[in-house]
Design a protein around this ligand. Structure first.
Ligand code: SF4
Ligand code: SF4
Length: 91
């Protein structure tokens, strides 16, 4: 019996860290691990083709990412990196 793959729903979860999500597009080999394992389904394939002829991931929207860091750790090509956002002016 075939297993049908339904699009995972977007799940709202509490932010673990305020991060800026980055991808070095040409490092991506298109394995889609980051997209499949993101716990809040924040990533999708972009429309662009990179140097390897695959579609690198992109964030669906800035505020979906909860900063868990899983995509950064799971990427076999080290294409994804997170940067902590500066916390805004509490003095
Ligand atoms: S895990 Fe890395 S190599 Fe795989 S699709 Fe995501 S960015 Fe590309
Ligand atoms: S850090 Fe990566 S895996 Fe974690 S929520 Fe953000 S996009 Fe998803």
């Amino acid at each position: 019996m075939g297993v049908s793959r339904l699009a995972a729903p977007v799940v709202k979860r509490k932010k673990l860290a305020e991060v800026e999500w980055n991808v070095i597009e040409d490092f991506c080999k298109g394995c889609n691990f980051c997209i499949e394992f993101c716990p809040v389904n924040a990533l999708e394939e972009s429309e662009k083709l990179n140097a390897k002829g695959v579609h690198p991931p992109k964030l669906k929207s800035e505020d979906l990412c909860i900063g868990c860091g899983l995509c950064e750790r799971i990427c076999p090509e080290f294409a994804i990196y997170l940067e902590k956002k500066e916390s805004k002016g509490e003095k």
